[in-house]
Write a protein that binds this ligand. Sequence first.
Ligand SMILES: Cc1cc2nc3c(=O)[nH]c(=O)nc-3n(C[C@H](O)[C@H](O)[C@H](O)COP(=O)(O)OP(=O)(O)OC[C@H]3O[C@@H](n4cnc5c(N)ncnc54)[C@H](O)[C@@H]3O)c2cc1C
Length: 390
Amino acid sequence: MDLNNTKTAFCHLSDKELRRNRFVFGLIRRPILTKMLTKIAKNVVEYNLPLKFLIRKTVYNVFCAGESGDVVLQKMAEMHLSGVNSVLDYVAEGENSEECFSQNLDKILINIELCDQAAPGQFIGVKPSSLTDCEKLKSYGEENLSLEEICEKVEIIGLVDKMTKICERAKAKGVYVYFDAEEFLTQGYFDSIVKSLMKQFNKKDVVVFNTLQLYMKDRIEYLQELIEEFESENIKLGVKLVRGAYLEQERELAKIQNRPSPVYNEKFETDEAYDHAVHLCLKNNQFVYTCLATHNKCSIELGVRLIQDLNIHNHYSCVFFSQLYGMSDNLTYNLAEFHYNSSKYIPYGELTKAIPYLIRRADENTAMNDQSGREYELLNEEYKRRKKRD
Ligand SMILES: Cc1cc2nc3c(=O)[nH]c(=O)nc-3n(C[C@H](O)[C@H](O)[C@H](O)COP(=O)(O)OP(=O)(O)OC[C@H]3O[C@@H](n4cnc5c(N)ncnc54)[C@H](O)[C@@H]3O)c2cc1C
């Protein structure tokens, strides 16, 4: 399997879309340009500048699937034809009111319906922070409350209700739920809730997955505990493995609060922890269902190698691979071509609400210069291949 086969990787892009993606990755691999564009994007929203069409035609269309359910459904159907599944993710970040939390819940429930309409075996992504007041949750940590006291708090009760409703609806429709991992200071609450939901909903088949960020120093130990506990209780464990998206934020906050940083200092330590987690999960594939959510080619190759070495014949139903929409299509589409369970996280939603997500993607691609460089090189290679063909 050649994970760099560009013909397969970009089979879903028209010539025009290929040129657009090549142009965008050409821009965001330059840090100064990204800084400038990020500033413009923030001003477009804040001052309602008439430049939204520019954002829509470029970064929005590269990293987001569309604004409405209908458009997204069409995209999901196209991807499914290439063997790629969808992880539907409504983008709504940084909003903090009860009204917004319940609107977000409604959107998530609609996503389940969309998945159900699109094809069997689809996924939704859920950010627990989009359903509750995270600042309130963080303040409980400072009050030194007992677990019982925390469980009685209205935010926790409301959050558990919302997350349970999502799992009930997803189970009824045969849709998998990935709960995303977020900031260290709230993750402990989300871990506890998702663990109890897995025990409730993963008895026969897997429905619920928690996300583990392997840049956190404590995750391997936590994963080992989960594996032991779920095996002894005969429950399916669903884990989505990521490296972690909030590295600098975690380090800065730990410094400000004068506590040790929860994340590793060096990239190779995160990489080692990620590989270790992949080994642990795949070795226990009889009851551990694993999603390798990464753009790292070595991690994907490790997953594929272990599937072969461990003779995981039913890997389509217990090992999943996922990348973000607009990124690493070479991995997603080549894995799908060789019948691995391959998927894309598909963010969608109104442009103005998607701006924080888009800024994060642009920053991430700029910070990981080799990532955006690699994307650009692959797009360029395909661009040249098509030109030669014509
Ligand atoms: C489908 C999908 C779903 C995702 N869901 C989530 C989620 O729920 N929560 C979340 O937090 N992130 C999520 N991410 C983002 C993910 O955590 C990574 O930020 C991103 O994918 C880059 O990591 P990588 O494994 O793809 O690639 P790589 O380029 O190999 O790794 C980059 C990552 O390595 C780590 N790293 C870099 N430098 C250092 C250093 N000096 N010390 C220690 N570690 C370092 C960081 O985590 C960085 O993001 C998701 C990604 C994908 C593809």
